[in-house]
Design a protein around this ligand. Sequence first.
Ligand code: SIN
Length: 335
Amino acid sequence: MVRPASPALTRVRVLATGGTIAGAQTDGARGYKAAAFSVEALIAAVPHLGEVAQLDVEQIAAIGSQDMNEATWLRLATRTSAALADANLAGVVITHGTDTMEETAFFLNLVVHSEKPVVLVGAMRPATAISADGPMNLYNAVAVATHPEAHGRGVLVVANDEIHFAREVAKTNTTQVGTFRATARGLAGLVNAGRVHFFSAPVRRHTAQSEFSVDGASTLSRVEIVYAYAGMGRELIDAAVKAGARGLVIAGVGDGNLGALALAAAAEAADAGVAVVRSSRTGGGVVERNIEIDDDQLGLIVADELNPQKARVLLMLGLARTRDVRALQKMFFAY
Ligand code: SIN
């Protein structure tokens, strides 16, 4: 049962996709199954949530976010945009597994054209765990979605009393509740038991100013990520191209580098019309053009600050607009 709320309260739509926030333990204190509880059950477990907003709900999926895919992204984008077009709704909260939350958040940050708040929320501990973090995270997410200062900040992620920008946030720890970090540019703000404090504004184009659209789309371009390492050969890059990738993101060593054999394969792929983006496996910093690798000569693109999984999202959307390497590079400096 969704807790009743005063009709005078701000309205927020909760779109549920599953994740550990909806998880139930199966094996003592450790094993659990993600996406076991409905969104109604999650809301019913949060005291006083009905005093923050009037909620209506839609179960979009019931999955662990390792199973998130482009079909569900497209559906989420459609349902989020539809909710935000409703003048009676203040914003949208999306419950989601933490594993791929940063990818979904960044995808929506690029394709939802609204200034209204969109807040993704998850939990590191299942709903039945000792000290489950989901209820407070959900309470805080709804509070952020109703806050006037959340407008125009792009898609946000709320967890562990922190508010993060979709572009900046990354999951950095396998199990700890403070897993989300934005090492390069810091927090969007804090939220303390529903009290919201914003510190900064997003630095790049997003939502209402984004050029990307998935209206009417049923698929996105195939983009694969290839992880670089000492002694890497060319086989994985060749295999990705052979499998039909239209784009490749290299999780390069250091400043997006890769050894001679792999670099030759990447250059051949670029020459054959595959968009090749150099990101970094380091988890921080900017991948610069033309440092140890001559990107101009080889026709390569750099990811700027985006980690490999977010570079993949931008490239999937960019390839729907252009295959021109210079135009794609500009997108990586703009978003
Ligand atoms: C998932 O991403 O669905 C599992 C992990 C989590 O939600 O924390």
